[in-house]
Ligand binder design. Sequence first.
Ligand code: N6E
Length: 158
Amino acid sequence: MSTNQKILTLVMVRKANAILLGLKKRGFGEGKWNGFGGKVENDETVAEGAIRELEEESGLVAKCLKKVGILEFEFVGNPIVLEVHVFDVLQYEGEPVETEEMQPQWFPEDSVPYEKMWPDDILWYPLYLKGIKFKGYFLYQGHDTILKYTLTQVDHLP
Ligand SMILES: CNc1ncnc2c1ncn2[C@@H]1O[C@H](COP(=O)(O)OP(=O)(O)OP(=O)(O)O)[C@@H](O)[C@H]1O
């Protein structure tokens, strides 16, 4: 792993035609709706990091996770590459609670608040919602503009 690469998780929770998003109350992506997640620590696997962040940010305890995508993000003028591992939670325990970092809310799948989310989300959520695995790369200028991107369906993920 290059020292300029940061590994992050993004955990998606669904129930009958609804998706759980959290309004990020602080830090990176503040004010945006997103799945749950954050940086993977040195002493944990990516999946362990996903489970930990989901519980810290939503109160839910994931019992079964499946990796559904990998997204790479670069920001013009910043040498750090974010590698975001996206997981679908197939089984969980608990009810969503507001935490210091996130205010969770269920959204019907046909009214995802894309205008208040990262601009890449509207591009890959349709694949995710159809159950298609994906890989993507996005070059951002600031936090609102995607200068270029690639997005492909894949059969397998590492
Ligand atoms: C650029 N386009 C993007 N589109 C969609 N999602 C994005 C994203 N860029 C980052 N993300 C996600 O945003 C969270 C940040 O987490 P972030 O707050 O930095 O992590 P963590 O909780 O470890 O931080 P602190 O402990 O507060 O430092 C984390 O889920 C990460 O996957």
